[in-house]
Ligand binder design. Structure first.
Ligand code: PBG
Length: 333
Protein backbone atom coordinates (compact mmCIF):
# COMPACT_ATOMS: atom_id res chain seq x y z
CA UNK A 1 0.00 0.00 0.00
CA UNK A 2 1.55 3.26 -0.93
CA UNK A 3 1.13 6.38 1.08
CA UNK A 4 -1.29 7.90 -1.41
CA UNK A 5 -3.86 5.09 -1.19
CA UNK A 6 -3.78 5.12 2.60
CA UNK A 7 -4.59 8.78 2.66
CA UNK A 8 -7.19 8.46 -0.04
CA UNK A 9 -10.74 9.06 1.23
CA UNK A 10 -13.11 6.19 1.81
CA UNK A 11 -15.90 8.51 0.98
CA UNK A 12 -16.19 8.78 -2.77
CA UNK A 13 -19.10 10.91 -3.92
CA UNK A 14 -18.70 9.61 -7.42
CA UNK A 15 -19.92 6.12 -6.39
CA UNK A 16 -23.44 7.48 -6.36
CA UNK A 17 -23.02 9.17 -9.72
CA UNK A 18 -21.74 6.14 -11.62
CA UNK A 19 -24.76 5.41 -13.80
CA UNK A 20 -28.19 6.79 -14.54
CA UNK A 21 -30.08 4.16 -12.55
CA UNK A 22 -28.04 4.84 -9.44
CA UNK A 23 -28.28 8.58 -9.94
CA UNK A 24 -32.05 8.18 -10.17
CA UNK A 25 -32.16 6.11 -6.97
CA UNK A 26 -30.42 8.74 -4.90
CA UNK A 27 -31.97 11.81 -6.55
CA UNK A 28 -33.73 14.14 -4.13
CA UNK A 29 -36.15 15.80 -6.52
CA UNK A 30 -38.33 14.85 -9.47
CA UNK A 31 -40.53 16.82 -11.79
CA UNK A 32 -44.09 15.59 -11.99
CA UNK A 33 -46.33 16.83 -14.76
CA UNK A 34 -49.11 17.34 -12.24
CA UNK A 35 -46.95 20.00 -10.56
CA UNK A 36 -46.82 22.18 -13.67
CA UNK A 37 -49.35 24.88 -14.49
CA UNK A 38 -49.68 26.25 -18.02
CA UNK A 39 -50.52 29.95 -18.50
CA UNK A 40 -52.67 30.68 -21.56
CA UNK A 41 -53.65 33.90 -23.31
CA UNK A 42 -56.98 34.27 -25.08
CA UNK A 43 -58.14 37.09 -27.32
CA UNK A 44 -61.65 38.53 -27.34
CA UNK A 45 -61.38 39.47 -31.04
CA UNK A 46 -59.02 37.30 -33.05
CA UNK A 47 -60.53 34.49 -35.06
CA UNK A 48 -57.19 32.69 -35.31
CA UNK A 49 -54.38 31.94 -32.91
CA UNK A 50 -51.61 34.51 -33.08
CA UNK A 51 -47.94 33.84 -32.34
CA UNK A 52 -46.51 36.05 -29.62
CA UNK A 53 -43.35 37.43 -31.21
CA UNK A 54 -41.56 38.00 -27.94
CA UNK A 55 -42.46 34.52 -26.61
CA UNK A 56 -41.38 31.96 -29.22
CA UNK A 57 -43.76 29.00 -29.25
CA UNK A 58 -46.52 30.73 -27.24
CA UNK A 59 -49.76 32.01 -28.70
CA UNK A 60 -52.62 34.35 -28.04
CA UNK A 61 -55.44 31.89 -28.63
CA UNK A 62 -58.71 32.57 -30.33
CA UNK A 63 -61.66 31.28 -28.37
CA UNK A 64 -61.94 28.03 -30.37
CA UNK A 65 -58.15 27.75 -30.29
CA UNK A 66 -58.22 27.89 -26.51
CA UNK A 67 -60.71 25.05 -26.24
CA UNK A 68 -58.63 22.90 -28.56
CA UNK A 69 -55.51 23.64 -26.55
CA UNK A 70 -57.23 22.74 -23.28
CA UNK A 71 -58.23 19.39 -24.73
CA UNK A 72 -54.61 18.70 -25.68
CA UNK A 73 -53.31 19.81 -22.29
CA UNK A 74 -55.75 17.64 -20.44
CA UNK A 75 -54.81 14.61 -22.53
CA UNK A 76 -51.13 14.98 -21.68
CA UNK A 77 -51.78 15.36 -17.97
CA UNK A 78 -51.81 19.10 -17.31
CA UNK A 79 -54.55 19.53 -14.72
CA UNK A 80 -54.28 23.25 -13.98
CA UNK A 81 -54.18 26.30 -16.22
CA UNK A 82 -54.05 30.06 -15.67
CA UNK A 83 -56.10 31.94 -18.26
CA UNK A 84 -55.32 35.59 -19.10
CA UNK A 85 -57.51 37.71 -21.37
CA UNK A 86 -56.18 39.91 -24.18
CA UNK A 87 -58.83 42.57 -24.70
CA UNK A 88 -59.36 45.17 -27.40
CA UNK A 89 -58.61 48.69 -26.19
CA UNK A 90 -62.24 49.77 -26.43
CA UNK A 91 -62.88 47.64 -23.32
CA UNK A 92 -60.27 49.54 -21.29
CA UNK A 93 -60.57 52.74 -19.27
CA UNK A 94 -58.81 54.42 -16.38
CA UNK A 95 -60.91 52.57 -13.81
CA UNK A 96 -60.76 49.13 -15.38
CA UNK A 97 -64.55 49.07 -15.23
CA UNK A 98 -64.87 46.08 -17.52
CA UNK A 99 -63.32 43.93 -14.78
CA UNK A 100 -66.51 44.54 -12.79
CA UNK A 101 -68.84 43.36 -15.53
CA UNK A 102 -70.02 39.92 -14.37
CA UNK A 103 -70.49 38.90 -17.99
CA UNK A 104 -67.19 40.14 -19.32
CA UNK A 105 -65.11 38.13 -21.76
CA UNK A 106 -63.03 36.25 -19.19
CA UNK A 107 -66.04 35.39 -17.01
CA UNK A 108 -67.85 33.98 -20.04
CA UNK A 109 -64.80 31.98 -21.07
CA UNK A 110 -64.36 30.57 -17.56
CA UNK A 111 -67.99 29.50 -17.43
CA UNK A 112 -67.76 27.73 -20.75
CA UNK A 113 -64.43 26.11 -19.96
CA UNK A 114 -65.74 24.88 -16.62
CA UNK A 115 -68.75 23.37 -18.33
CA UNK A 116 -66.69 21.58 -20.97
CA UNK A 117 -63.77 20.60 -18.68
CA UNK A 118 -65.24 20.23 -15.19
CA UNK A 119 -62.10 18.54 -13.83
CA UNK A 120 -59.65 21.16 -15.03
CA UNK A 121 -58.52 23.48 -12.22
CA UNK A 122 -58.83 27.08 -13.36
CA UNK A 123 -56.68 29.92 -12.05
CA UNK A 124 -57.73 33.50 -12.71
CA UNK A 125 -55.52 36.51 -12.03
CA UNK A 126 -57.12 39.20 -9.91
CA UNK A 127 -55.65 42.51 -11.08
CA UNK A 128 -56.91 45.33 -13.22
CA UNK A 129 -54.10 45.44 -15.79
CA UNK A 130 -55.97 43.78 -18.69
CA UNK A 131 -58.75 46.33 -18.15
CA UNK A 132 -57.01 49.66 -17.50
CA UNK A 133 -55.97 51.99 -20.32
CA UNK A 134 -52.80 52.75 -18.34
CA UNK A 135 -51.82 49.07 -18.18
CA UNK A 136 -51.50 49.49 -14.43
CA UNK A 137 -52.85 46.95 -11.97
CA UNK A 138 -54.87 49.59 -10.19
CA UNK A 139 -56.79 52.81 -10.64
CA UNK A 140 -54.61 55.83 -11.34
CA UNK A 141 -55.65 58.99 -9.50
CA UNK A 142 -53.51 62.12 -9.69
CA UNK A 143 -50.55 60.19 -11.03
CA UNK A 144 -50.67 57.52 -8.32
CA UNK A 145 -52.14 54.05 -8.26
CA UNK A 146 -54.79 54.39 -5.56
CA UNK A 147 -54.62 51.44 -3.19
CA UNK A 148 -57.99 51.46 -1.45
CA UNK A 149 -60.08 52.40 -4.45
CA UNK A 150 -58.46 49.51 -6.30
CA UNK A 151 -59.32 47.13 -3.44
CA UNK A 152 -63.04 47.72 -3.96
CA UNK A 153 -62.69 46.71 -7.59
CA UNK A 154 -60.60 43.65 -6.75
CA UNK A 155 -63.22 42.40 -4.29
CA UNK A 156 -65.98 42.73 -6.86
CA UNK A 157 -63.87 41.26 -9.63
CA UNK A 158 -63.06 38.28 -7.41
CA UNK A 159 -66.72 37.52 -6.84
CA UNK A 160 -67.35 37.63 -10.58
CA UNK A 161 -64.49 35.23 -11.24
CA UNK A 162 -65.54 32.86 -8.47
CA UNK A 163 -69.13 32.91 -9.73
CA UNK A 164 -67.86 32.06 -13.20
CA UNK A 165 -66.08 28.91 -12.09
CA UNK A 166 -62.53 29.95 -11.21
CA UNK A 167 -61.24 27.44 -8.64
CA UNK A 168 -58.21 29.49 -7.67
CA UNK A 169 -58.03 33.26 -7.56
CA UNK A 170 -54.57 34.73 -7.90
CA UNK A 171 -54.36 38.34 -6.75
CA UNK A 172 -51.31 39.62 -8.62
CA UNK A 173 -51.34 43.35 -8.10
CA UNK A 174 -49.49 43.81 -4.75
CA UNK A 175 -52.00 46.33 -3.37
CA UNK A 176 -51.88 46.40 0.43
CA UNK A 177 -54.69 44.53 2.15
CA UNK A 178 -56.04 42.84 -0.96
CA UNK A 179 -56.03 39.29 0.35
CA UNK A 180 -58.05 40.28 3.41
CA UNK A 181 -60.61 42.25 1.45
CA UNK A 182 -61.01 39.51 -1.17
CA UNK A 183 -61.22 36.72 1.42
CA UNK A 184 -63.86 38.61 3.37
CA UNK A 185 -66.06 39.21 0.37
CA UNK A 186 -65.70 35.59 -0.78
CA UNK A 187 -66.72 34.29 2.64
CA UNK A 188 -69.56 36.76 2.76
CA UNK A 189 -70.93 35.68 -0.60
CA UNK A 190 -70.77 31.94 -0.04
CA UNK A 191 -67.48 31.21 -1.79
CA UNK A 192 -65.78 29.74 1.22
CA UNK A 193 -64.03 27.07 -0.87
CA UNK A 194 -62.33 29.38 -3.31
CA UNK A 195 -58.56 29.05 -3.03
CA UNK A 196 -56.47 32.21 -2.82
CA UNK A 197 -53.07 31.89 -4.45
CA UNK A 198 -51.41 35.13 -3.50
CA UNK A 199 -48.63 36.59 -5.60
CA UNK A 200 -47.21 37.45 -2.21
CA UNK A 201 -43.65 38.26 -3.15
CA UNK A 202 -43.93 39.75 -6.59
CA UNK A 203 -40.97 41.83 -7.62
CA UNK A 204 -41.13 44.79 -9.99
CA UNK A 205 -39.28 43.04 -12.79
CA UNK A 206 -37.91 43.60 -16.25
CA UNK A 207 -38.72 39.97 -16.96
CA UNK A 208 -42.46 40.68 -17.37
CA UNK A 209 -41.99 42.47 -20.70
CA UNK A 210 -43.18 39.68 -23.04
CA UNK A 211 -46.25 39.01 -20.86
CA UNK A 212 -47.29 42.62 -21.29
CA UNK A 213 -47.10 42.15 -25.06
CA UNK A 214 -49.33 39.11 -24.70
CA UNK A 215 -51.95 40.79 -22.52
CA UNK A 216 -51.58 44.18 -24.17
CA UNK A 217 -50.78 45.94 -20.90
CA UNK A 218 -47.54 47.74 -21.78
CA UNK A 219 -47.55 50.90 -19.72
CA UNK A 220 -47.31 54.30 -21.21
CA UNK A 221 -44.23 56.13 -20.02
CA UNK A 222 -44.73 57.61 -16.59
CA UNK A 223 -45.56 55.84 -13.36
CA UNK A 224 -43.76 52.57 -12.87
CA UNK A 225 -45.07 49.46 -11.17
CA UNK A 226 -42.32 49.97 -8.61
CA UNK A 227 -44.71 51.87 -6.38
CA UNK A 228 -46.59 48.65 -5.66
CA UNK A 229 -44.50 45.65 -6.73
CA UNK A 230 -41.47 44.74 -4.58
CA UNK A 231 -37.97 46.14 -4.89
CA UNK A 232 -35.59 43.40 -6.02
CA UNK A 233 -32.91 44.72 -3.69
CA UNK A 234 -34.88 43.31 -0.76
CA UNK A 235 -35.27 39.83 0.63
CA UNK A 236 -36.48 40.23 4.26
CA UNK A 237 -39.37 42.24 2.93
CA UNK A 238 -40.64 39.08 1.25
CA UNK A 239 -41.15 37.48 4.69
CA UNK A 240 -43.21 40.45 5.77
CA UNK A 241 -45.37 40.21 2.65
CA UNK A 242 -45.85 36.45 3.05
CA UNK A 243 -46.80 36.80 6.70
CA UNK A 244 -49.35 39.50 5.95
CA UNK A 245 -50.95 37.42 3.21
CA UNK A 246 -51.09 34.28 5.33
CA UNK A 247 -52.76 36.24 8.12
CA UNK A 248 -55.22 37.78 5.68
CA UNK A 249 -56.29 34.34 4.43
CA UNK A 250 -54.04 33.19 1.58
CA UNK A 251 -53.92 29.41 1.00
CA UNK A 252 -50.84 29.38 -1.22
CA UNK A 253 -48.15 32.01 -1.73
CA UNK A 254 -46.26 32.64 -4.91
CA UNK A 255 -42.81 34.01 -5.64
CA UNK A 256 -42.21 35.73 -8.95
CA UNK A 257 -40.11 35.89 -11.08
CA UNK A 258 -38.83 32.42 -10.21
CA UNK A 259 -35.36 31.80 -11.62
CA UNK A 260 -33.85 35.05 -10.40
CA UNK A 261 -35.44 34.71 -6.95
CA UNK A 262 -34.54 31.19 -5.89
CA UNK A 263 -33.11 32.58 -2.64
CA UNK A 264 -36.56 33.93 -1.84
CA UNK A 265 -38.30 30.64 -2.71
CA UNK A 266 -35.93 28.86 -0.33
CA UNK A 267 -36.27 31.48 2.39
CA UNK A 268 -40.05 31.40 2.32
CA UNK A 269 -40.42 27.63 2.04
CA UNK A 270 -37.98 27.11 4.93
CA UNK A 271 -39.85 29.55 7.13
CA UNK A 272 -43.54 28.90 6.49
CA UNK A 273 -45.75 25.83 6.44
CA UNK A 274 -47.74 26.92 3.44
CA UNK A 275 -47.37 25.72 -0.15
CA UNK A 276 -45.01 27.98 -2.10
CA UNK A 277 -45.50 28.25 -5.85
CA UNK A 278 -43.03 29.80 -8.27
CA UNK A 279 -43.88 31.63 -11.49
CA UNK A 280 -41.24 31.18 -14.16
CA UNK A 281 -42.25 34.34 -15.97
CA UNK A 282 -42.43 35.33 -19.60
CA UNK A 283 -38.97 36.90 -19.81
CA UNK A 284 -37.37 33.88 -18.17
CA UNK A 285 -39.12 31.66 -20.70
CA UNK A 286 -38.10 33.83 -23.63
CA UNK A 287 -34.51 34.00 -22.50
CA UNK A 288 -34.25 30.20 -22.52
CA UNK A 289 -36.25 29.77 -25.75
CA UNK A 290 -34.12 32.27 -27.64
CA UNK A 291 -30.98 30.42 -26.64
CA UNK A 292 -32.55 27.06 -27.54
CA UNK A 293 -33.73 28.41 -30.92
CA UNK A 294 -30.25 29.71 -31.62
CA UNK A 295 -28.82 26.32 -30.61
CA UNK A 296 -26.73 27.95 -27.90
CA UNK A 297 -27.96 25.16 -25.68
CA UNK A 298 -30.47 22.36 -26.10
CA UNK A 299 -33.86 21.57 -24.57
CA UNK A 300 -32.27 19.86 -21.55
CA UNK A 301 -31.89 23.30 -20.06
CA UNK A 302 -35.65 23.34 -19.44
CA UNK A 303 -35.51 20.39 -17.09
CA UNK A 304 -32.56 21.89 -15.27
CA UNK A 305 -34.32 25.21 -14.80
CA UNK A 306 -37.52 23.60 -13.52
CA UNK A 307 -35.72 21.09 -11.32
CA UNK A 308 -33.77 23.76 -9.47
CA UNK A 309 -37.03 25.59 -8.77
CA UNK A 310 -38.40 22.45 -7.12
CA UNK A 311 -35.10 21.99 -5.28
CA UNK A 312 -35.43 25.52 -3.89
CA UNK A 313 -38.75 24.59 -2.36
CA UNK A 314 -41.45 25.25 -4.96
CA UNK A 315 -44.48 23.04 -4.48
CA UNK A 316 -45.67 23.73 -8.04
CA UNK A 317 -44.57 25.94 -10.89
CA UNK A 318 -46.46 28.16 -13.29
CA UNK A 319 -44.43 27.84 -16.46
CA UNK A 320 -44.84 28.37 -20.19
CA UNK A 321 -42.88 25.12 -20.56
CA UNK A 322 -45.64 23.04 -18.90
CA UNK A 323 -47.06 21.78 -22.19
CA UNK A 324 -43.66 21.06 -23.69
CA UNK A 325 -42.55 19.17 -20.63
CA UNK A 326 -45.75 17.14 -20.46
CA UNK A 327 -45.40 16.23 -24.15
CA UNK A 328 -41.88 14.92 -23.62
CA UNK A 329 -43.02 12.96 -20.62
CA UNK A 330 -45.93 11.56 -22.64
CA UNK A 331 -43.54 10.42 -25.41
CA UNK A 332 -41.11 8.77 -23.01
CA UNK A 333 -43.69 6.77 -21.07
C1 PBG B 1 -50.39 41.25 -14.00
C2 PBG B 1 -49.45 40.13 -14.13
C3 PBG B 1 -48.17 40.20 -14.67
C4 PBG B 1 -47.70 38.89 -14.74
C5 PBG B 1 -48.69 38.05 -14.21
N1 PBG B 1 -49.76 38.84 -13.82
C6 PBG B 1 -47.39 41.35 -15.21
C7 PBG B 1 -47.24 42.59 -14.48
O1 PBG B 1 -47.30 42.65 -13.25
O2 PBG B 1 -47.06 43.62 -15.17
C8 PBG B 1 -46.38 38.51 -15.31
C9 PBG B 1 -46.27 37.13 -15.82
C10 PBG B 1 -45.18 36.89 -16.80
O3 PBG B 1 -44.32 37.75 -17.07
O4 PBG B 1 -45.16 35.78 -17.34
N2 PBG B 1 -50.81 41.62 -12.79
Amino acid sequence: MNSLSRKFPYTRSRRLRSNQTIRDLVSENQIQVNKLIQPLFVSDTNKKNIDIKTMPGQKIFSKPGLFKELETLQKIGIGTVAIFPNLQSIKKNNFGDEALNPENFLCTILEQVKEKFPDLVLIADVALDPYTSSGHDGIVINGRVDNDLTLNSLAEMSLNLANSGADILAPSDMMDGRIGVIRESLEHEGHSNTILLSYAAKYASNFYGPFRDAVGSKQKKGISKRSYQMDYRNSKESLKEIELDINEGADIVMIKPAMVNQDIIKLVSDNYDIPVFAYQVSGEYTMLMNAIDKKIFDHNVIEEALMTLFRSGSASIITYFAKWFAQQYDKNN
